[in-house]
Unconditional design. Structure first.
Lengths: 80, 80
């Protein structure tokens, strides 16, 4: 069953409040970390389709619904 | 600069409301998708450290702060 994974992060320069909260929490617990970014992962399962078909479909989904291009960047990974 | 990525999803059997909303939205737009799961991705950047050191540290971070083991599962990926 083919699967696609969309990884969505705030664009460079867009503040990431969740990342800052995690960073602060980890530091208070004594962990040393340089920076933290929090994003979303959307896993999509399909009945069928080739990698090319699914990639085209997922790119369309990103434009239409999944991603806000004003503030977010995304990467699509396909797994057959 | 070494980097770790933590992918967090609801455990099997735990309801994923965000996934259901995305699934419904995609279907209304005419996309055919079998199922959708929405999770979190946490990217951690470190000043230094070997893969083994970072993996051990990130596993500790997951137990202490990042993951709720009652309802969530996670995977750690290390990138040097």
């Amino acid at each position: 069953m083919p699967r696609a994974r969309v990884l969505i992060h705030n664009r460079k320069g867009v503040f990431d409040p969740a990342g800052k909260v995690v960073e602060g929490g980890l530091e208070r617990l004594g962990h040393q970390v340089k920076s933290v970014k929090v994003g979303k992962v959307i896993d999509l399962h399909f009945e069928s389709g080739t990698s090319e078909e699914i990639l085209a479909q997922v790119e369309k989904m990103c434009r239409e619904l999944l991603v806000n291009p004003v503030i977010e960047d995304y990467v699509v990974e396909i797994e057959e």
